[in-house]
Design a protein around this ligand. Sequence first.
Ligand SMILES: Cc1ncc(COP(=O)(O)O)c(C=O)c1O
Length: 357
Amino acid sequence: MNYVNSILEVIGKTPLLKLNRVGGGGANVFVKLEHLNPSGSYKDRMALAMVEASERGETWNGRKLLPGGTVVEASAGNTAPAVALVCAAKGYKSKIFLYRYNFTNGVDARLKITQAYGPTVEISSEPEKYLSKEEMAAFTKENPDLPHVMAGKQDCALEEEKDSNTVWVDQIYNNANCIGQTEMGREIFDQLDGKVDAFGCSVSSGASLYGTCLGLKEKGLRPEITFGVVPEGSEQYFELKNKEESGRDEFHVSDIKKRIADAMGLKKWVTEQSIVERMINAGYPDKIFCVTAEEARGMANRLCSEEGIYCGMSSGANVAIALRIASRLKKGQNVVTLIVDRRDRYLSEYPNDKYVV
Ligand SMILES: Cc1ncc(COP(=O)(O)O)c(C=O)c1O
């Protein structure tokens, strides 16, 4: 007999695929097929780690997730279905705040996917509820999505305060997010017998990049090149591209997080170090690359039609940069990146004729 007892056992152990048609000369490019995880993204790994850490009471305030408890999180995308899936499989309740700025186009595929796992889903509050007029203006100038992100976080903080059997897992600051992603590094090391010359992927909380690098490090490997990828449309792209002092190889995300934390008065954010800050302090990554939406989307379409990989835009961005790195390395060397998620969640976001091949 060969079967599993829980869907959670299916998380991870994803195949590593060598690209055949997309790409050119130079080093080999390998992609880890993380879109094959149960909810369709690599976030299943971290959601499981964060919920299990909460069960052990490994949370910022020592709060323990008990039977009958609720997990709360705010998310723009993949973390929402992943947390809801893990809670469904373990028998916890979950409450997900989806960021309001995502819902300008009516029905959203990510909302539908998340709802399928049975959580309570709410659209985050209007930011005016928490921010003064001046703060609103300052953050909107910085990035129009930012006030909405902050409102989602503040909703979670209040939710946790209201009920002692609720745990806000907060992926931006949760060390278990990073720990959940370390297994990717160990798997990649084993799949290539330790021959990983370059590794990189897209960065938001930073946990996938940093966690994978830590997994490789555990095996005694620090690749020659580590790279972060920042696709257009993300908070970080805005920060890196649109601010005077920023350039290709700089990373200032931690600064804005601290300033926001002060403005919002979230005690936890003021006192804790974010994963991005920890990653930078540990010397990762060597380089950061910004990728336009057009390049990312074009590569995602090619991965789908030429390699049969049904992936979203940030996977396209990852591969576009991996190919650039490969062209600078020698034949026989190995560059590895991640196929982050499945394309289905973006079907309502882009006009189909443009996005779906
Ligand atoms: C599509 C996509 N790409 C990249 C990332 C970044 O992952 P991480 O938060 O581990 O840096 C996320 C995370 O939210 C994501 O949903």
